[in-house]
Design a protein around this ligand. Structure first.
Ligand code: G16
Length: 542
């Protein structure tokens, strides 16, 4: 074991989902090591501790795994469970932490951000419940990173993680396991594979899944092709690549172009779906039809009883604050609780552990349930496949019927990316200053009835989180929300969320941007984004 002296980096505060920076930033001497030691230092002693380790396979994944294994051995961990070739989707890592009751796990991913030597890398710690470490732990990690003076490592040749095996590195056992099988088994235990398989075999259900050259390729092949008999070409972009084949592994209408083309063609399959870099996000499409993530959560909740595993209905649901309120209406009708949390999957962990919720979801293309403690892209696709196989209706019909019953929440997110941080902070400060005087002000025909900076008190442990975004409500019908992203790696990203409820079935089929245009104009006016940042348009609209 070698003790290596180091000095703190001041920028290792975990964001919405761990530490995300440019690869080159991580490659600075001692940078990754400092953060990893700061994680290890949350344990009084690492002896008798076991961790899961894996990542989405992006550039620097392989090197980082070797660095972490050497450090784990030097810190005298009992055991590290590593995905073969260093690959684990985020949901699979969460499952393994829970299944093997480890003390947590380290996941290497920058999620939906691009990969490659000039792109992004990330690392996050998940706790023993399988979920992203809650704030009280990330705060300790950050504090450790500011006080660090040394880390431990050891001399060793690269550990061969290409084969299923058990190896000793000093006194630490390294177990290399299949990255896919146990996750696929879990999915098979939740969903009705025979009914999905039979619909696929008889040709009444066709799927196109876009793995976006990211980690889900091998999972999709095992589950959709091998176990559910979908044709080989039902999974596209299935070969994981270190730079996602030059693409942006973000499953949305802006980045999943090939899938979109398939779903708009004359022979489009019944369900189109995509996942992101690390497999926790999902996008659901019907033939020439997009399902917003917020609607997807509401529809899952309303239709849970069609899926055997959830036949008695969810015990409760949760959504992040900027996610549309579509699920709230369903929850009210079902008579179950609906929680509103800050953005970040970590805030769902306590609610899931306390059995207060079964499903949770976010506008940022994330949905999941109580089977693990991460959002789960393939789980969501299987949910929809199972639903289509049972209901024998198209995606579009299911969504339209949902709107007819519950009303439609028109929804759009406008991202202003890579803004100078000072200017972005200026926008948020301007909004904060205006909050006190916004109530009762009229913009067009919209009257503000409430304006606030969102705070959250965790109902399980009473931990309070402040400053989670500015919300401006126009009655119960419409909202605009502003917050700074916590996942970007370049300057700051301002997210503007627009939402408006439409109960009139005659008005539920308008073009989204047109319908929301008046609200978008008001959001620009109140926030002064254009004047302050000099940007007249959002970089991406989803
Ligand atoms: C992460 C978090 C999500 C969050 C998303 C966007 O997802 O786990 O909870 O909604 O980032 O966060 P922000 O708006 O702060 O950029 P992922 O898939 O990137 O890990």
């Amino acid at each position: 074991m070698t003790k290596i002296n180091s000095t703190p980096f001041k920028d290792q505060k975990p964001g919405t989902s761990g530490l995300r920076k440019k690869v080159k930033h991580f490659q600075q001497a001692h940078y990754l090591e400092n953060f990893v030691q700061s994680v290890f230092n949350i344990f009084d002693s690492c002896k008798n501790k076991t961790l899961v380790l894996g990542g989405d396979g992006r550039f620097y994944n392989k090197e980082a795994i070797q660095i972490i294994l050497r450090m784990a051995a030097a810190n005298e961990f009992k055991k590290i469970i590593v995905g073969q070739n260093g690959l684990l989707s985020t949901p699979a890592a969460s499952l393994l932490i829970r299944k093997y009751q480890t003390d947590g796990g380290i996941i290497l991913s920058a999620s939906h951000n691009p990969g490659g030597p000039d792109a992004d890398f990330g690392i996050k710690f998940n706790s023993a419940n399988g979920g992203p470490a809650p704030e009280k732990i990330t705060e300790v990690i950050y504090k450790n990173s500011l006080e660090i003076s040394h880390y431990f490592s050891c001399e060793s040749q690269a550990v061969d993680i290409s084969k299923i095996d058990k190896i000793k590195l000093q006194n630490t056992e390294i177990e290399i396991i299949d990255s896919v099988i146990e996750y696929a088994d879990l999915m098979e235990s939740i969903f009705d594979f025979p009914i999905i398989r039979s619909s696929i075999k008889t040709g009444s259900l066709h799927l196109c899944f876009d793995a976006m050259h990211a980690v889900t390729g091998p999972y999709a092949k095992e589950i959709f092709v091998k176990r559910l008999y979908a044709t080989e070409d039902s999974v596209i972009n299935k070969q994981p690549s270190e730079d996602f084949n030059g693409g942006h592994p973000d499953p949305n209408l802006a980045h999943a172009e090939q899938l979109l083309e398939v779903m708009q063609s004359n022979h489009a399959p019944d369900l189109g779906a995509a996942s992101d870099g690390d497999g926790d996000r999902n996008m659901i499409l019907g033939r020439n039809f997009f399902v917003t993530p917020s609607d997807s959560l509401a529809i899952m909740t309303a239709n849970a009883h069609y899926i055997q595993e959830y036949k008695s209905g969810p015990c409760g649901v949760a959504r992040s604050m900027p996610t549309s309120r579509a699920v709230d209406i369903v929850a009210e009708k079902l008579g179950i609780d609906c929680y509103e949390t800050p953005t970040g999957w970590k805030y769902f962990g306590n609610l899931l552990d306390a059995n207060k919720i079964t499903f949770c979801g976010e506008e940022s293309f994330g949905s999941g349930a109580d089977h693990i403690r991460e959002k789960d892209g393939i789980w969501a696709v299987l949910f929809w496949l199972n639903l289509l196989a049972v209901k024998k209706k198209s995606v579009k019909e299911i969504v339209h019927n949902h709107w007819k019953t519950f009303g439609r929440h028109y929804y759009e997110r406008h991202d202003f990316e890579a803004i100078d941080s000072n200017l972005a902070n200026n926008v948020m400060e301007t909004l904060n200053k205006k909050l006190a005087n916004l109530a009762n002000q009229t913009f067009d025909s919209y009257v503000v009835n409430n304006a606030y900076n969102f705070s959250y008190i965790d109902p399980v442990d009473n931990h309070t989180t402040h400053n989670q975004g500015i919300v401006i409500e126009f009655g119960t019908i419409a909202r605009v929300i502003f917050r700074l992203s916590g996942t970007g790696t370049e300057g700051a990203t301002i997210r503007v969320y627009l939402e408006q409820y439409e109960h009139d079935t005659e008005l539920q089929h308008q073009e989204v941007s047109t319908y929301l245009a008046p609200l978008a104009k008001i959001a620009m006016e109140i926030s002064e984004i254009i004047t302050i940042t000099g940007r007249s348009n959002a970089s991406v609209i989803t």
